[in-house]
Design a protein around this ligand. Structure first.
Ligand code: PSV
Ligand code: MN
Length: 423
């Protein structure tokens, strides 16, 4: 595949010129473009195992031909994304959707494709066929000790599986909450959740981290136990230094200032993980950057500041895409998401931080906005394309994917009715 990609890259006759023009311009503006290239080369975003098949809604699902039939095939799909983009060298598993029956074989496939295992996700929002107690009325927050214990043990199992695979983090997202006023005692539910998380945390290996994801509503429509970043922060702070908050972009009420939340969490050293997606109304899980690219850029502005310029630098954030769709080819959808992330990151790296600092210090509001929007309005795609070309990837991943007829080959191999596990 690498040779074919490199041959297709030669068709982009203007690429070199575009890169040179952009680099000259940015250097003239005081941006160190080698640093930018280095930073985006090192940026790797994990692919969720559940986004590789067609997504669905509660109204139905329209399968896509060539969907991966096993965890091995999911890893192969991530490898295709990584070969094209050089930015997706990890997979995030959801247990038990992706229960690795033969751990050694899975590790072998992953290392063959140079794919790592990112955070493992537990699932106590669905009942499994062999499960003793139901999660219908909650899991870690449940009124019954037995149900809570079962959910705690599931999380410990997930840590154990993750350890065998070489994961270094556990993501806990709870659907616990209530649909009607009076159904649940908020305070008891929160206390139960805290006690349960404490027990899971006690099983975390020393070099592991636990991410606590929040969400304001859904599947419960009246109250969610871990409804917002503040609640997640309280729980993470209570558990200890290895527990962090995870921000999923779709888990906010409309018009929430997410970049402010990101900044606050970084300031406190508690931003652990990130789920990228985009949304118009709720948790729509749309392709990253498809609806609000300026918001994504503003979030990256805070991330860049927190990672490179803040006094207490916030490092080692776990990046993951959490988007899936039911009308696009899932791999094309993910290629678009990866590209949008890299573009927003590069634009944020092109903000003149020194000039922005000075403008803020003199309360020059107009200049602050000019500096930000100048970076946002810069077409940085040639640099992103060049990073990929230098790494052996595609200048234009989507068009290369189409020219190589990847989907057609997958359909041929896996059939037109194959179905990936997941929601
Ligand atoms: C919940 O909406 C969520 O964002 C969590 O990360 C889950 O693990 C994932 O989506 C499952 O679809
Ligand atoms: Mn998520």
């Amino acid at each position: 595949m690498l040779q074919e990609i490199s041959d297709i890259n030669l068709e982009y006759k203007n690429h070199k010129e575009d890169v040179k023009r952009l680099i000259d311009r940015l250097e003239n503006e005081g941006i160190n473009t080698n640093q930018v290239l280095d930073a985006i080369k090192n940026f790797q975003v994990a692919i969720p195992s559940w986004a590789l098949g067609a997504g669905g809604t509660r109204f139905g699902r329209f399968p896509f031909g060539g969907e991966p039939r096993s965890l091995e095939e999911k890893i192969q799909d991530v490898s295709i994304l990584n070969t094209l983009t050089c930015s997706a060298n990890a997979i995030s598993l959801h247990i038990p959707w992706d229960y690795p029956e033969d751990v050694d074989a899975i590790i072998q496939v992953a290392s063959l494709h140079k794919i790592h295992f990112d955070a493992v996700n537990s699932n106590t929002f669905q009942d499994q066929p062999d499960q003793k107690y139901s999660y219908k009325y909650g899991s870690l927050s449940h009124v019954s000790h037995e149900v809570r214990q079962q959910a705690i043990e599931h999380n410990i199992d997930v840590i154990n599986i993750g350890e065998k695979l070489g994961s270094k983090s556990l993501t806990v997202w709870l659907s616990d909450g209530s649909n009607f006023p009076g159904q649940m005692n908020f305070s008891h539910a929160l206390q139960n959740t805290q006690n349960s998380l404490e027990k899971i945390y006690a099983h975390l290996p020393d070099d592991w981290r636990m991410f606590i994801e929040y969400k304001p509503y859904e599947p419960n429509f009246y109250h969610n136990v871990i409804q917002d970043w503040g609640t997640s922060y309280i729980l993470a702070d209570h558990c200890g230094d290895k527990a962090f908050t995870l921000v999923d972009l779709g888990h906010h009420l409309p018009n929430t200032n997410i970049e402010n939340i990101v900044s606050t969490l970084m300031h406190k050293g508690k931003l652990g993980g990130f789920h990228f997606n985009d949304s118009k109304y709720g948790d729509d899980d749309l392709t990253v950057g498809s609806i609000k690219p300026y918001q994504l850029f503003l979030i990256f502005n805070e991330l860049v500041f927190g990672q490179f310029y803040a006094k207490n630098k916030c490092e080692n954030i776990a990046w993951m895409i959490d988007a899936s769709h039911n009308v696009k080819d899932p791999l094309e959808d993910l290629l678009q998401s990866i590209d949008a992330i890299l573009i927003a990151y590069t634009q944020a790296l092109c903000i003149n931080q020194k000039a922005l600092h000075d403008a803020r210090e003199s309360n020059d509001v107009v200049l602050c906005q000019e500096i930000l929007q100048k970076a946002f309005r810069t077409d940085v795609r040639p640099i992103v394309n060049e990073m990929r070309r230098l790494g052996g990837g595609a200048i234009d991943p989507i068009m290369t994917y189409r020219k190589l007829q990847v989907r057609q080959q997958l359909v041929q191999k896996r059939g037109s009715t194959s179905r990936a596990s997941g929601l």
